[in-house]
Each structure stands twice: as structure tokens, then as C-alpha cells.
Design a protein around this ligand. Sequence first.
Ligand SMILES: NC(=O)c1ccc[n+]([C@@H]2O[C@H](COP(=O)([O-])OP(=O)(O)OC[C@H]3O[C@@H](n4cnc5c(N)ncnc54)[C@H](OP(=O)(O)O)[C@@H]3O)[C@@H](O)[C@H]2O)c1
Length: 282
Amino acid sequence: MEKGSIRYTKGFQEKRNIRIPWYLSLGENRYREMELKGKVALITGAARRVGREIALILAQHGTSIVIHYRRSQKEALDLKKKVKAFGVEACLVRADFSSQTKPLQPMIRHFVSAIYRKVHRVDILINNAAIFYPTPFGKIKERDWDEFFTVNLKAPFFLAQEVGMRMAKAKSGKIINIADWTGFRPYMRYLPYAISKSGLMTATVGLAKNLAPHVQVNSIAPGPILPARGMTPQQMKIVSERTLLKRFGDPRDIAETVRFLCAAGDFITGALIPVDGGALIA
Ligand SMILES: NC(=O)c1ccc[n+]([C@@H]2O[C@H](COP(=O)([O-])OP(=O)(O)OC[C@H]3O[C@@H](n4cnc5c(N)ncnc54)[C@H](OP(=O)(O)O)[C@@H]3O)[C@@H](O)[C@H]2O)c1
């Protein structure tokens, strides 16, 4: 035998007498996939748009869905029906994360406990709910700042802490924070939004470290996927032009990335995946 290599003695490799470097023999097969069938996912802001697509893709692959919504009850009920049509369970939970009169953390604690009483476990948490509106510089109010930070950063962080600790105890779980590429390159008129998403990306890294080794925490940074309310075709064109691919993406682009991270991305944690048509590097 050559120095620095071993002969593999198992399976088809033995028959083909393949020589492989010694270091590859250390790990037999360490690749792991999480079976989505039979799992439970909690998705915030799931009733419409991107959240809805994530719910449908996971349900299609056998995951039961806890559909969180705030105002979109009709859409949430419709989604529940569609999710159930895939032969999995679905339930609705309502919560407004923007409360500026009551402390958020006890509310989140109560919210998560109620979910665990209902479904007994959460294998996947998708922090998708967010607010987005323009805040021109010079006119930014402290109220705006607080609202962006509460809904887009504090709520996902405390949800991840609450659910993540339970996942760590169960020795399994995936958390995905939906951020935004503008967290790195803020639009001038959306500064508090961009800073909240930038914080969410930093939180992802810290959560990944704290919840390792059994829970993986990652973030996805979408580029333009769906136009914001009131966006004109001309504004859409300008936004498209800022991507390398010169177009908007589709909610399915985000949903499929979520599916990949949950099912096959078992060796990925603390990562940020831009799904932005190259906007970040354009
Ligand atoms: N769309 C894009 O092109 C794009 C681009 C970059 C990043 N993203 C990120 O991707 C995610 C999904 O995007 P989207 O456009 O589908 O989001 P969206 O429609 O703007 O919001 C998603 C959901 O968040 C929920 N929500 C808002 N305020 C809330 C509050 N105070 N408490 C609880 N829930 C609240 C709403 O639920 P109800 O409808 O039930 O009230 C809403 O349906 C967001 O995190 C967004 O920042 C999106």
C-alpha cells in the first residue's frame, strides 16, 4: 500500500479497488439529511406572499405547518386548507409582534408555550414576518425605529431563543431567518429597515454559536422577489436593473432555499445565503 493512502475495504469501492486518501476514510459517511416528512414547521407571517410559498413547499414534502398570521386571517384559513390537501396537519396562530405598550419577551414566551401545548414540538422555525415601508432620512421618527427593531429583529430573536432552547434540548432543529441583501447595502430611504435586517444577520451567527451542535441557524438574504405595496412598474424596472440577472426573483426561489437548508443543509450553520439575482455583488 502506498504511504498516505488506504485501500477501501467496503461496498462497491472494494469491488472496483479504488484507492482513496487516508483522510477520506475517517468519516465513513457523515452526510445527513433531515427527513421533512413528519416534521412540524412554525412559519411567521405565513398567510401571504413569500411565507405562504414556504409553507406550501414544506407541506408538499410532508411537513405539518403552524401558520402564524397577524391580520391576514382569510388568507391564513385558505392556506390551512391548501396545506391540509397535502395530507399534513395545519393550525393557525395569531400574534402581533409590534406591541409597543407591552413587553415583547413575555408575549413571545406565552405564544411559544401555547404552540407547544398544541403541537408538542417544532422542528423548523422560519422567521419570515417583517415590516417594510419608506422612512426618508431627516424624517425618521423614534417610533419607526422602535417598530422596525421590534418586529424585524427583537421578535425573531426571542422566538429563536425560545424555540431554539427547546430544539437544543431535543437535540435537533433548524432555524431560518429571512433577512434582506439591503442589510449590507441599505437603500437610502429605508435605513431603519435595513439596519434591523443587518442585526438579524448578526443575530443568526450568534444564535448558531449558542445553539450548536444540534440546531442549525441560517439566514437567507432575498433580493427583489415581490414588489412592495404601491411600487410602480418604473420603480420595479429600476430595482431589477440593480441585480446582475436584471429581474425579480420568485417566492419559490426563497422557498426552495428554505427546503434545501432544512433537508440537505445539515452541515451549514451560521451562514447567510443571498438569493438576490446577484444584487449584492452588482
Ligand atoms: N418581498 C421581497 O421582495 C423581499 C425582499 C427582501 C427581503 N424580503 C423579506 O422576506 C420576508 C417575506 O417578504 P414578504 O414581502 O412576503 O413580506 P410581507 O408581505 O411584507 O410581510 C410578511 C408578513 O409579516 C406579517 N407581519 C407584519 N407585521 C407584523 C407584526 N407586527 N406582527 C406579526 N406579523 C407581522 C404580516 O402578516 P399579516 O399579513 O397576517 O398581517 C405579513 O403578511 C420578509 O422578512 C421580508 O423582509 C422580502
